[in-house]
Design a protein around this ligand. Sequence first.
Ligand SMILES: *[C@@H]1O[C@H](CO)[C@@H](O)[C@H](O)[C@H]1NC(C)=O
Ligand SMILES: *[C@@H]1O[C@H](CO)[C@@H](O)[C@H](O)[C@H]1NC(C)=O
Ligand SMILES: *[C@@H]1O[C@H](CO)[C@@H](O)[C@H](O)[C@H]1NC(C)=O
Ligand SMILES: *[C@@H]1O[C@H](CO)[C@@H](O)[C@H](O)[C@H]1NC(C)=O
Ligand SMILES: *[C@@H]1O[C@H](CO)[C@@H](O)[C@H](O)[C@H]1NC(C)=O
Ligand SMILES: *[C@@H]1O[C@H](CO)[C@@H](O)[C@H](O)[C@H]1NC(C)=O
Ligand SMILES: *[C@@H]1O[C@H](CO)[C@@H](O)[C@H](O)[C@H]1NC(C)=O
Ligand SMILES: *[C@@H]1O[C@H](CO)[C@@H](O)[C@H](O)[C@H]1NC(C)=O
Ligand SMILES: *[C@@H]1O[C@H](CO)[C@@H](O)[C@H](O)[C@H]1NC(C)=O
Ligand SMILES: *[C@@H]1O[C@H](CO)[C@@H](O)[C@H](O)[C@H]1NC(C)=O
Ligand SMILES: *[C@@H]1O[C@H](CO)[C@@H](O)[C@H](O)[C@H]1NC(C)=O
Ligand SMILES: *[C@@H]1O[C@H](CO)[C@@H](O)[C@H](O)[C@H]1NC(C)=O
Length: 559
Amino acid sequence: MQTVCLILLLLVPVALGQSDFEALLEVKKGFEKDPSGKVFDSWDSKSLTSDGCPQTWYGVVCVNGRVVSISLNDVGLTGNFSFPVLAGFKMLRNLSISNNQLMGTISNVGSIESLEFLDLSSNLFHGFLPSGVAKLKNLVLLNLSSNNFEGIVPSGFRNLESLEYLDLGHNSFSGDIMGLLSQLGSVVHVDLSSNQFSGSLDLGLGNASFVSSIKYLNISHNSLVGQLFAHDGVPYFDSLEVFDASNNQITGAIPPFKFVVSLRILRLGSNQLSGSLPEALLQDSSTVLTELDLSLNQLEGPVGSITSTTLKKLNISSNKLSGPLPTTVGHCAIIDLSNNMLSGNFSRIQNWGNYVEVIQLSSNSLTGTLPNQTSQFLRLTTLNISNNSLNGDLPPVLGTYSELKVIDLSLNFLTGFLLPDFFTSTTLTDLDLSANNFTGEIPLQEVQDSRQNLSLVSLDLSHNSLDGSLPPEISKLHNLLYLDLSNNKLNGSIPADLPDGLKGLDVSSNNLSGVVPDNLRRFPDSAFHPGNSLLIFPYLPFSPKGAPALVNIKGVDLV
Ligand SMILES: *[C@@H]1O[C@H](CO)[C@@H](O)[C@H](O)[C@H]1NC(C)=O
Ligand SMILES: *[C@@H]1O[C@H](CO)[C@@H](O)[C@H](O)[C@H]1NC(C)=O
Ligand SMILES: *[C@@H]1O[C@H](CO)[C@@H](O)[C@H](O)[C@H]1NC(C)=O
Ligand SMILES: *[C@@H]1O[C@H](CO)[C@@H](O)[C@H](O)[C@H]1NC(C)=O
Ligand SMILES: *[C@@H]1O[C@H](CO)[C@@H](O)[C@H](O)[C@H]1NC(C)=O
Ligand SMILES: *[C@@H]1O[C@H](CO)[C@@H](O)[C@H](O)[C@H]1NC(C)=O
Ligand SMILES: *[C@@H]1O[C@H](CO)[C@@H](O)[C@H](O)[C@H]1NC(C)=O
Ligand SMILES: *[C@@H]1O[C@H](CO)[C@@H](O)[C@H](O)[C@H]1NC(C)=O
Ligand SMILES: *[C@@H]1O[C@H](CO)[C@@H](O)[C@H](O)[C@H]1NC(C)=O
Ligand SMILES: *[C@@H]1O[C@H](CO)[C@@H](O)[C@H](O)[C@H]1NC(C)=O
Ligand SMILES: *[C@@H]1O[C@H](CO)[C@@H](O)[C@H](O)[C@H]1NC(C)=O
Ligand SMILES: *[C@@H]1O[C@H](CO)[C@@H](O)[C@H](O)[C@H]1NC(C)=O
């Protein structure tokens, strides 16, 4: 009899509606680990106030016995999260359990009609999105990003009239993208990136009432095809600030985004767009565009001059652009024109103004010499002109730009001596001058007196005509991790105290001699040979079993 009563007692609350805190204790049972103990230690039936509210429960806000907010973001919880248990919550407005390792499917969620904020992002939830979601009429934010959800997003989203933020990114949702977008009302922020949505973005066909409210639209990394806005050019986006459709298979010409006057960021990289550059975006002072990425497409034609004063970052690399370099670049700080068919005189960059910080021009067909001007490029951090046809000597001014961190002039026809300033720099980390025709010695003498923290991390001087010996001062480059001096005419011995931290070394195909120093014997023979026929890489003459073996790196010196 007692048992029956107990069972009845347990069943009654479920049938009549469990109290919110009891439901939370059910939810807690599904959790496996709580590394910080925040939930396990505080969610406890003893700490209830007179109105039945949990008093000090971590992440729970309760009013008059009803839970209104549960926020367990970034707690590190693992285990199951049971949605059906929450079905009785009548006042719950906020459920945010982002960035844990919670599992399960979403079910019965439709009955929590009070929900305004539902954030399940960065967990391990899976399965289909139930059609019940469409009952959450008060929903303002739905964030399901970075889970394992799949399938077609159910119809009925048009009922979510309060929805402003929709983030389904980084899942496996599929289906026609317009099927979803055409249902959305006054949304502000929509992220559908990194899913398997298909179809074309063509608002002319659907009922796209979000066009006037949306500020952020990210549909990158999907399987979209066809032309952008094939039926109506660019629609009247009144508020659009960020549009990212990169990494799809979108074809055709770039529509006239210049009419979207609020647009700040436009990314269409890694598609199959063709035609010419939308020059108005590079010139028109009526736009506020700060970032334009059209890289990895099939755009053709000239680049023209860039006069926009808002544009800060321009990436039009890996297209088929041709003609000379632009004469001006406006206020651009980051310019990536690499891997195109640009030709003509490199010295046109003389007028690029001193806003530039990053210049990427590798793999074009630029000719001419590096300009020797002092007023320029005071903010330059990266200069990459590898794989062009530059000739002439290094201008001394190149060693004086105080912010330079990366210089890559590899694969050109440069000649003359290296600049001593490169090696005494306290900012330059990455220097690649390989595959040119530099001559003379490696000018490291000045390193001798340098009391400063020399910054070089990666030094590639391979495939040149450098000669002389390797100066012992090279060991003062304490931060060096990669050193490639192969295919030159260097002679003498290898200095004994190159940095122990060295991760990559190649000095092969030179005329070096002597014995490979102890601390370099961990590198394979290919780091030293072929070439260097007089350089000895010591082997144990005979190991105990008679087979040759490497010398113990630490200590044993047999020669
Ligand atoms: C979580 O769910 C799985 C599968 O339903 C089950 O095997 C496991 O015992 C559950 N874990 C907890 C803590 O309830
Ligand atoms: C919901 O909870 C999250 C996480 O604590 C919080 O950032 C957000 O402000 C809450 N929203 C509302 C409307 O209470
Ligand atoms: C959704 O959650 C992710 C990860 O927690 C976060 O980075 C993103 O900004 C959120 N999206 C919205 C629209 O709030
Ligand atoms: C378009 O959406 C509006 C507002 O959501 C609605 O009133 C109208 O009936 C819809 N029209 C069509 C053709 O779906
Ligand atoms: C769009 O989403 C992708 C993938 O989630 C992300 O890497 C990218 O930064 C987003 N674009 C913008 C402009 O926020
Ligand atoms: C330009 O885009 C390419 C390809 O998308 C990318 O690899 C490169 O890092 C970008 N350049 C800059 C300067 O961000
Ligand atoms: C150099 O550029 C040419 C085209 O100009 C390209 O075919 C080649 O792959 C590039 N080489 C390297 C090493 O990037
Ligand atoms: C490149 O331009 C510079 C400066 O205008 C000029 O001195 C030089 O002769 C030009 N070089 C070639 C190959 O046209
Ligand atoms: C480059 O400028 C430096 C300093 O003004 C000057 O000494 C040098 O002769 C110039 N070199 C060339 C090739 O014009
Ligand atoms: C220069 O650009 C090329 C092609 O984009 C790249 O492979 C190389 O790593 C860059 N050099 C440096 C030093 O970053
Ligand atoms: C490098 O320069 C030397 C003389 O300065 C010349 O003999 C040689 O042909 C040049 N090598 C290349 C690959 O241009
Ligand atoms: C020298 O460089 C190292 C490593 O980059 C850094 O930890 C150290 O603080 C620097 N020392 C000085 C005096 O700048």
